[in-house]
Ligand binder design. Sequence first.
Ligand SMILES: [Zn+2]
Ligand SMILES: [Zn+2]
Length: 260
Amino acid sequence: MERRLTANYHTHTKYCRHASGEIVDYIETAIGQGYSVLGFSDHSPYLFRDGYRSFFRMYPEQQEEYVTEVLRCREKYKGQIEIPLGYEMEYYPRHFEETLKLIRRFPCDYLVLGQHFLGNEYDGDYSGDRGGEVKLMQYVDQIREGLDTGVYSCLAHPELINFDGPREVYEEHMSRLILKAIETETPLEINLRGQKYGNRYPDERFIALAARMGAKFVIGVDAHEPSDLEHGREYGEAFAYAEKYSLDLLDRLPLKTVSL
Ligand SMILES: [Zn+2]
Ligand SMILES: [Zn+2]
């Protein structure tokens, strides 16, 4: 029988300015596809200083509207689908504590770590641009530090880093990332958006290594439009990875407490 995804915790909204569709459209599509959990985890606001404005996340002043709308939908669709409320949020050391306080002003069920930039975003490289061992190490070290905060329920597209050097170098550093994920009980995501659009991730080198090490996995749609929630080819491919590597694949994500 075809395996179906019934819970997804990686969904974006129009608030990040590069996803489309109304929140209700994502929910209606998910219900139609048989999901029983649809978690929203849009790109979080971040409290940068000196007037820097990120181009791919909601602004701090939009947070209340995002929260209000998701919570309103949670009520409206009660009994039909569960709607946890979260954010996808990088670990940017200089601004993390302050931003966490911002996040905690409103209800928040979970955080997903997606480390799109190194450093503090405005002073670091895009993780997906090609780089060598130094960059790979920086990516791994930054994620390890992020996971040590204990607030992240999942690590999104862990193999976003673009390193095409020797496999043993890749494995040496990525195994440190995987070890930290295991230690902190953070499942690794198999990202369907990467699979759908032929990105570098999911990367079989990574999946094989993490499977050998005994990591837990979760499938994340990373929906940027409602139709991403429709079961397409990439869903079957993700389940095929799970089978090929006998992955410990969770169908529900245990959510770590974010609120104080
Ligand atoms: Zn995005
Ligand atoms: Zn995402």
